[in-house]
Design a protein around this ligand. Structure first.
Ligand code: C2O
Ligand code: CU
Ligand code: CU
Length: 659
């Protein structure tokens, strides 16, 4: 087997809560076993130490070590005591690695838990997990996306073991460490046991149960009372397969001073959810999926804000039960299938969602920022794709989003077409809508408009990615009936999902036509996403009166202010070889009512602004160029680029959202 520390289950770590614990793992496996990553399941670890599934910063290869730090702190206080566990979590290989033996227990002791519960030698952890043995009694792993199971159920790595017990109460903390198999625990006497806890620590009150179902990764904290049974034998059974798992031989007498208090531990008050997210655990295009998508380490499906509480709704349209596990923080049950939750599932981190069921939970994102997983703990479902990531983001990072940027200018032919540029930052693709307008400006009273605009979106290498003449040409279905549908059929719209990078948009008149045109760029993703429209620039022939260049931006998505830099360039274009550039550009920033907020002729006019522009690397190259630094609330703004004293020429407006 592959083991943690030479035993299966691996070495049990037992630590007092609130005390930072560092665990160094050394990968002594054969080179073929590859890099490993360790997830401390149930712990509230920092993202980097949560057992990220891929990437050289997280995997440690054969011959390498990795040290994980576990602070055992949650919401600023010692984490609740419970039995957690650790296991491998490598992308696509978790099932194999766990099957081969990479599982161990991590018990957190908590002085806040009642001291009267059975303890010491009367408090025993049990790992229940099945395996298949071949004719040489070896374990081999044959991947099967429906779930890998074996015909021998092991308890703490032993098949059909026995335990000599005294005639008193025992506490058993039980982990279902199987890859895919669920069990229903019963006692062979038919008697009830007392459940006192779950994955997430003690229940508010003990619950008496005669049959306890437990899916992969779930834990049960139970008390079995052997009082009055001296000399008897009984079994912990799996009523699912009707097989005995563990024989108890009541061979000794002992005084029992332990007691189960009538109340154990209240669930923490995490407030009311402010955001609802839905996760459908589904089967799509022959794979196990979440919301129709298979796992992609480069995709993050939710960005909860640190310190907030959300409602997560799990549904299961498939014919098999999924065991949904959420990393990072515990979840509290709101409702199961429209009704009340079971009394033994007040707070957990792994949930059985049966076919057709809907489970509503709430969870509060505390302490740590960063990426965490959420997946089915039937490990082959996870490996097949039923996993995704969420990223906890800082409240301050959700400053206003640039929802829209636009540029209006007289479009000429040749070098004097209108060129818009924008930059997408972050590490995921972003959906944008680009519009090229002309005729509808005429309706709005602008004279001499571009009669038939054409859009051309290019990448940073100048390669044309998408062109559109008339919006109905190619993407009509995506545009019609949306807010982006132009009022005139000759206008252009492009809907695109673009990777982070720099892009340019060219607005030209069809057949060399000229006139005033408008480029608009819209960010259509929800606020707080991992990618952003960070900058837009437009370049074109700046003339006078109605033919000055107008850059617009709309900030929104949150009530916070954004720091925005607007630059108006001319002379530096000359330096870059552009003919006929504006010699002395000026910038005029206006609010939605047209009221002037700031005017700038030369960017260094105000020394304090100049220093800040330099520190952002945004100081223009030429002293005659203009720049404005503004702290803007959500709303619509326009920046007007004109030539000083009526000067004309090619100019460039750039808008940067710095947050
Ligand atoms: Cu025990 Cu992400 O898992
Ligand atoms: Cu976990
Ligand atoms: Cu599943």
């Amino acid at each position: 087997m592959w083991t943690y520390g030479g035993t299966y289950p691996g070495l049990t770590l037992r630590r007092p809560t609130g005390e930072t614990t560092r665990v160094t793992f050394m990968n002594n496996l054969p080179p073929l076993a590859g890099g490993k990553t360790v997830h401390h399941h149930g712990n509230h670890s920092v993202s980097a130490d949560d057992g990220q599934v891929t990437g050289s910063a997280f995997l440690f290869e054969p011959g390498q070590t990795r040290t994980y730090t576990y602070e055992l702190i949650e919401n600023g206080e010692p984490e609740r005591g419970t039995m957690q566990w650790y296991h491998d979590h490598r992308m696509g290989e978790t099932g194999m690695n766990v099957w081969m033996g990479l599982t161990g227990l991590f018990i957190i002791d908590d002085p806040a838990d009642p001291g009267t519960l059975p303890s010491g030698e009367y408090d025993l952890p049990l790992v229940v997990a099945d395996r298949q043995f071949d004719s040489d009694n070896q374990i081999q792993y044959f991947y099967d996306p429906s779930g890998v199971a074996g015909d021998k159920v092991l308890v703490n790595g032993v098949y059909e073991p026995y335990l000599d017990v005294a005639d008193r109460k025992y506490r058993f903390r039980i982990l279902n460490g199987a890859n895919s198999r669920s069990y229903i625990f019963t006692l062979s006497t038919g008697e009830a046991v007392t459940q006192i806890g779950t994955e997430s620590g003690l229940l508010p009150a003990p619950v008496s149960r005669t049959a306890l179902d437990i899916g992969p990764a779930e834990r049960l904290d139970i008390v079995i009372d052997f009082a009055g049974k001296l000399g008897q034998e009984l079994y912990l059974m799996d009523a699912y397969q009707m097989v005995p798992l563990l024989k108890f031989r009541v061979t000794q007498h002992a005084v029992d001073l332990s007691a189960i208090p009538a109340t154990l531990r209240a669930v923490p008050d995490i407030g009311q959810p402010t955001v609802t997210r839905n996760f459908s655990f589904d089967f799509t295009s022959n794979h196990w999926t979440i919301n129709g998508l298979a796992f992609d380490p480069d995709r993050i499906d939710a960005h909860p804000v640190l310190g907030t509480t959300e409602k997560w709704v799990f549904t299961n349209p498939t014919g098999s039960t999924h065991l949904v596990h959420v990393h990072d923080v515990d979840q509290q049950c709101i409702s199961r299938d429209g009704g009340p939750c079971y009394p033994w599932e007040t707070m957990k981190e792994t949930w059985a969602v049966n076919p057709g069921e809907t489970l509503e939970l709430k969870l509060k994102f505390t302490d740590h920022l960063g990426k965490y997983m959420l997946h089915c703990h039937i490990l082959e479902h996870e490996d097949d794709g039923m996993m995704t990531q969420f990223e906890v983001v800082a409240p301050s990072s959700v400053s206003a989003q640039t929802l829209n940027l636009s540029t209006r200018l007289k479009v000429n032919a040749g070098d004097n077409v209108l060129i818009g540029g924008f930059i997408i930052t972050g590490n995921v693709a972003k959906k944008v809508v680009l519009r090229g307008l002309g005729p509808s400006l005429g309706t709005a009273g602008v004279p001499n408009v571009l009669a038939d605009p054409t859009l051309d979106v290019r990448n940073s290498a100048g390669t044309s990615l998408i062109k559109n003449d008339n919006w109905k040409d190619t993407q009509r279905g995506l545009i019609e009936g949306t807010a982006f549908q132009p009022s005139n059929d000759l206008e252009s719209v492009v809907v695109a999902t673009l990777d982070p990078g720099a892009y340019t948009v060219l607005l030209t008149g069809t057949n060399g036509g000229s006139g005033v045109g408008l480029i608009e760029i819209y960010d259509t993703d929800a606020p707080g996403g991992a990618a952003e429209l960070a900058n837009i620039s437009s370049r074109g022939q700046v003339q006078t009166q109605d033919n000055v260049m107008i850059g617009g931006l709309i900030l929104g998505g949150s009530s916070n202010n954004s720091r925005v830099v607007v630059r108006g360039l001319g002379p530096s274009l000359t330096a870059a070889g552009v003919a006929g550039a504006l010699t002395d550009p000026t910038l005029d920033l206006r609010d939605a009512n047209g009221a002037r907020l700031t005017f700038n002729d030369n960017w260094a006019d105000d020394a304090a602004t100049a220093t800040q522009l330099s520190s952002f690397g945004l100081a223009p190259n030429n002293a005659k160029e203009a720049a404005i630094l503004a702290n803007l609330p959500p709303g619509a703004f326009t920046a007007i680029l004109a030539g000083k004293d009526g000067g004309t020429g090619v100019g460039l407006v750039e808008i940067y959202n710095l947050h």
